[in-house]
Design a protein around this ligand. Structure first.
Ligand SMILES: NC(=O)c1ccc[n+]([C@@H]2O[C@H](COP(=O)([O-])OP(=O)(O)OC[C@H]3O[C@@H](n4cnc5c(N)ncnc54)[C@H](O)[C@@H]3O)[C@@H](O)[C@H]2O)c1
Length: 315
């Protein structure tokens, strides 16, 4: 298939694009290389993962960029991973999230329907579950009480997807990722941020005194699930991609200490605005619809992350 990967210079998008190429697909990447975090890391991913892939530097919110791209290529499918990610920055710059995640997604759908592209597989988030839902999070829950603007915009994209399915028969699979980690990860995410501070001898912020639980999911498992979704049209679906085994923040720091051989200095802090207490994926639907079974155990995954970290940052 000829596939457009948006956000293909990002942590997950670069790994997805690379895997799609190794599965024999013809891939084009669209990414605006914005400065939300170190652009050198995006360029390094491009070099490592996308050496033979056409990478278009452009913006999903710019109609000229998308029109030029869709006119030049007859895509069979769009893998949409471009987004303004990160719960915490959405407190500071909510408008960027609405612009990128809502307007940007809607503009992509418009370009798709104008050019006869009928399928999208895209990245959503466990944050969509928000508050007052039972764990584990199951796709049938309403997910109508987002805590952060980030979550609200990602949920809005799922609702837009439904309207484009109803009006234009554009099939979409929304994959709700649960805290993805591993080599090449985002510097604003806890694992990389903590590792950098720990090796520099600086204290790390431990919110809710370590009593937070996250369903960490290893990048290779996410990529496996994503590619399975690419291979299987499902109409309109929302599917969790998580590990299904939450760990506490305290356990997470302890694994990272072991993997890096460093003892962390800790700032114990209260719960932070916009955060949820626990994320925990029910992955039964992913198993049934996609044959998704995560393979990577947390200790092993953290070790692989730590090896990459030490090597990439020359620690
Ligand atoms: N990393 C996680 O744990 C996680 C969890 C849940 C959901 N997600 C979702 O997965 C997707 C990928 O996340 P990631 O962690 O790889 O983030 P990332 O920031 O590394 O990747 C996003 C990429 O999109 C690009 N981008 C942003 N705005 C753009 C625009 N307007 N036009 C074109 N490109 C643009 C960025 O330059 C970046 O390379 C996002 O949709 C995110 O919301 C990630």
């Amino acid at each position: 298939m000829k596939i457009l990967v948006t956000g293909g210079a990002g942590f997950i998008g670069s790994a997805v694009a690379s895997r799609l190429v190794s599965c024999g697909h013809d891939v084009v990447v669209l990414d605006n290389f914005n400065q939300y975090y170190d652009v050198a890391l995006k360029r390094a991913r491009q070099k490592a993962f996308l050496p033979d892939i056409e990478v278009v530097e452009g913006d999903i919110t710019n109609a000229d960029d998308t029109e030029t791209l869709f006119a030049a290529h007859q895509f069979d499918l769009v893998c949409h991973l471009a987004a303004q990610a990160g719960v915490r920055y959405s407190v500071e710059a909510p408008e960027v999230y609405v612009q990128t995640n809502v307007l940007g997604t809607q503009m992509l759908f418009e370009a798709m329907q104008q050019h006869g592209v009928t399928r999208m597989v895209y990245a959503s988030t466990s944050s969509a579950y928000g508050m007052s839902v039972k764990v584990p999070f199951v796709e049938s829950s309403a997910a109508d009480r987002p805590v952060s603007v980030y979550a609200a915009t990602k949920r809005a994209a799922e609702l837009l997807a439904h309207s484009y399915f109803q009006q234009y028969d554009i099939e979409t699979t929304s994959l709700r990722f649960f805290t993805v980690y591993g080599p090449w990860s985002r510097p604003d995410m806890a694992m990389l941020k903590f590792a950098q501070k720990m090796v520099a001898g600086e204290a790390i912020d431990i919110y809710n005194h370590g009593d937070l639980r996250r369903d960490f999911t290893y990048i290779d498992d996410i990529v496996d699930g994503f590619v399975k979704a690419v291979e299987k049209p499902l109409g309109y679906e929302i599917v969790n991609l998580g590990c299904g085994k939450p760990v506490t923040l305290t356990q997470f720091v302890s694994e990272l200490e072991d993997a890096l051989g460093v003892t962390a200095k800790k700032n114990m802090l209260p719960m932070q605005q916009g955060d949820v207490y626990e994320t925990y994926a029910d992955i039964q639907k992913a198993k049934e619809l996609l044959g998704f079974v995560p393979q990577t155990n947390f200790t092993k995954g953290v070790e692989t992350f730590a090896k990459w970290f030490v090597d990439y940052y020359n620690v």
